[in-house]
Design a protein around this ligand. Structure first.
Ligand SMILES: NC(=O)c1ccc[n+]([C@@H]2O[C@H](COP(=O)([O-])OP(=O)(O)OC[C@H]3O[C@@H](n4cnc5c(N)ncnc54)[C@H](OP(=O)(O)O)[C@@H]3O)[C@@H](O)[C@H]2O)c1
Length: 335
């Protein structure tokens, strides 16, 4: 891999794409050249990188000649079509969509958990689902110490998880409600302002949504834990940024709160914020724009054997998307 790679961001104008550009700059990723790609709608738009304007170009089949690493965040359809084209001309794709996550030939990576899987890539590496990534930041270190059998969880997912249009929808609905106007909706099936929707992604025949099953499916692959089980309810909440997850986990070995705290204190990419007596616990307002996820409200689960209950919050545009993708690119440079 070129040590000063030519990097492309596909979907550069989107909620994740913008964070990718910022993260590349903030982490001093050694970008030799940056190419920004989006749809025809954005051609000519200028975005800042290291103080300079970079002009957005249209994504086409010829976009990838000479590009070393492409960070994709333009939706599953675009990834399915263009990631193989990019990989064919020697570019390594880090894909944020769900298109390739469960493909056996594609590593699915959280660098704090399974960085060695990057080595197995054949041109495409997948970035996990945002809610799964944030949950595993706390669950995986606990699993290593105590052996996780299964979890029950409920997510509290921010609107930026749906993309730039959903952020606008929440802002607009809040303004409409404050002015006493009727609420209009385009992105979500119901009003999201001052409401919560127990509906993220499409429903499966089992009654779960696709998003809910990502925790078990992707969790098994990332943790190399084929018997891991997860029953999840995913909920969209009127928060702009950062997902939170309430988790009840059952372990093979007995686990005490103090021992769990010791494990979590040492876990990379994670801060322990657990002083309920001082009203200190993770909250999306305070994890937004922060690289590390936060875990707190750790307690012995009163309804599970060897069980722990905890609450985790993390910026899904960062750890659930842009930061994790740039960290994968950093791993690529070490190969
Ligand atoms: N948001 C999150 O927290 C999050 C987390 C993890 C993964 N992801 C995944 O990341 C992807 C992007 O999500 P997002 O939230 O950033 O969405 P978004 O804000 O709606 O942005 C979508 C991006 O894709 C581009 N795009 C759309 N159609 C295109 C086309 N035909 N050709 C080229 N570019 C096209 C858009 O360009 P224009 O501006 O030109 O339309 C824009 O840059 C999705 O696959 C999503 O599942 C998102």
């Amino acid at each position: 891999m070129n040590k000063k790679p030519h990097v492309a961001v596909v979907g550069a104008t989107g909620a994740v794409g913008i964070e990718m550009i910022k993260t590349l700059e903030k982490r001093n990723f050694p970008v030799g050249k940056l190419t920004l790609l989006a749809s025809a709608r954005s051609v000519g738009k200028k975005l800042k990188f290291r103080g300079e304007d970079v002009t957005v170009r249209e994504l086409t089949r010829d976009s990838f000649a000479g590009i070393d690493i492409a960070l994709f965040s333009a939706g599953g359809g675009i990834s399915k079509e263009f990631a193989p084209i990019a990989a064919k001309v020697g570019c390594v794709v880090v894909d944020n969509s769900s298109a390739f996550r469960m493909d056996d030939t594609v590593p699915l990576v959280i660098p704090e958990i399974n960085p060695a899987d990057v080595k197995k890539h054949q041109g495409i590496i997948a970035n996990p689902n945002c809610t799964t990534a944030i949950t595993l930041m706390a669950l995986y270190p606990l699993h290593r110490a105590f052996g996780c059998k299964r979890i029950f969880a409920a997510s509290y997912q921010a609107v930026s998880g749906t993309g730039a249009k959903a952020i606008e929808e929440l802002k607009h609905q809040v303004e409409q409600l404050v002015k006493g106007q009727p609420v209009t909706k385009e992105v979500y099936p119901h009003q999201i302002a001052f409401n919560v929707l127990p509906h993220v992604d499409s429903f499966l025949a089992t009654g779960y949504t696709k998003e809910e099953m990502k925790m078990e499916n992707e969790g098994r692959k990332i943790m190399h834990h084929p018997t891991f089980r997860a029953s999840v309810t995913c909920v969209r909440v009127p928060v702009y940024r950062s997902h939170s997850v309430a988790v009840n986990a059952e372990f093979e070995k007995p686990v005490k709160v103090d021992a769990a705290r010791e494990v979590l204190k040492k876990a990379p990419g994670l801060d322990l914020v657990d002083e309920p007596e001082n009203k200190k616990y993770p909250m999306p307002l305070f994890t937004s724009e922060k690289y590390n996820c936060e875990v707190g409200r750790i307690r012995q689960d009163c309804a599970l054997d060897n069980g722990l209950a905890f609450w985790i919050s993390g910026d899904q545009l960062l750890k659930g998307a842009a930061l994790n993708a740039v960290q994968i690119a950093e791993e690529l440079l070490k190969l």
